[in-house]
Write a protein that binds this ligand. Structure first.
Ligand code: ZN
Length: 301
């Protein structure tokens, strides 16, 4: 008994420390939303991120460790717009967690707060198109991050009212720093305005709209379909009349299609982090955009 007492006391202390640190368990589908929750919640939330910057968020396995994380979470923060349609519904169903079902306060879809680009006139998943609900890659425009931050801070406060003031204060602090950063990025990125690019996947329409880049060709014949040799030849021929300055792909993409085209055109390939953790420089939301702008500028004429 004497020996057990210190152990019990240590356990209790550890438990108390845990409760004081984090009150809200959050599961983020992608690293950018995990990073945003960390900005808004600090030590009030414990964040589990379901994917890394080197994984294709369209295609994830709902593996047992993910299901276990979903079972013990109060809030899932995901992109939505069908980005996770192949795995998130399975994950949520298998978790048996009533709090995170669609429509519940514990289920947050970032894309619902952003005006989506490339929304098709009619729903069409023909030939494997993975963007049937419009383009889901909203995180490549920092103004979209700002649009998501406000309702996300409100949701955190709703689920954890005891810390509502802390979420509000952290939101205000984040937004002040974020707005200043956007102004800086826009100034730095000014030389990119009007620069023509080839992209591998339709991953960057929001970034293009923000910085004024012009997309002249896409290596994938349809979103989510790997480049075929016949389609690559069509892209190569098209560049004769609509030339480009660089080939842009996300860190998680297979690089072979871009390399094929680069060999024949001598265009530089720009690998963008696409999300937090996509490369060593993109450590948080701020450095994600610092790095994105720098990589584009380095390849720009
Ligand atoms: Zn996509």
């Amino acid at each position: 008994m004497k020996r057990l007492l210190p152990i019990a006391a240590a356990l209790l202390l550890a438990l108390a420390a845990q409760t004081a640190q984090a009150t809200l368990n959050v599961l983020a589908c992608e690293p950018e939303w995990g990073a945003l929750v960390q900005e808004l919640a600090g030590d009030k939330a414990s964040v589990y991120i379901a994917t890394t910057g080197l994984q294709d968020p369209h295609h994830i396995q709902a593996r047992p460790s993910l299901v276990a994380a979903a079972r013990n979470t109060s809030l899932v923060v995901c992109t939505g717009a069908e980005l996770e349609v192949g795995w998130l519904p399975v994950l949520i169903r298998q978790s048996g967690n009533n709090a995170i079902q669609p429509g519940k306060p514990g289920n947050f879809e970032a894309a619902a707060y952003v005006r989506k680009l490339e929304v098709p006139d009619r729903l069409d998943r023909a030939e494997g198109d993975v963007h049937a609900a419009g383009n889901p890659h909203i995180q490549t425009d920092p103004r979209n991050i700002a649009l998501v931050a406000e309702p996300l801070a409100r949701r955190l406060a709703e689920l954890d009212p005891a810390n509502a003031a802390a979420y509000q204060a952290r939101y205000a602090d984040f937004m002040a720093r974020w707005k200043a950063a956007i102004q800086r990025w826009e100034k730095e990125g000014a030389p990119l305005h009007g620069v023509s690019i080839v992209v591998q996947h339709k991953a960057f329409p929001y970034l293009e709209q923000w910085l004024g880049l012009t997309e002249v060709a896409v290596l994938e014949p349809k979103p989510g379909v790997e480049p075929t040799s016949s389609h690559l030849s069509t892209v190569l021929a098209g560049l004769q009349t609509r030339p480009a300055k660089m080939i842009v792909r996300a860190a998680y993409n297979d690089g072979r299609g871009a390399e094929w085209l680069a060999e024949r055109t001598k265009l530089p390939i720009v690998v963008l982090p696409f999300t937090v953790g996509g490369d060593d420089q993109a450590k948080d939301l701020f450095s994600l955009f610092d790095d994105t702008i720098q990589r584009l500028l380095k390849a720009a004429p």
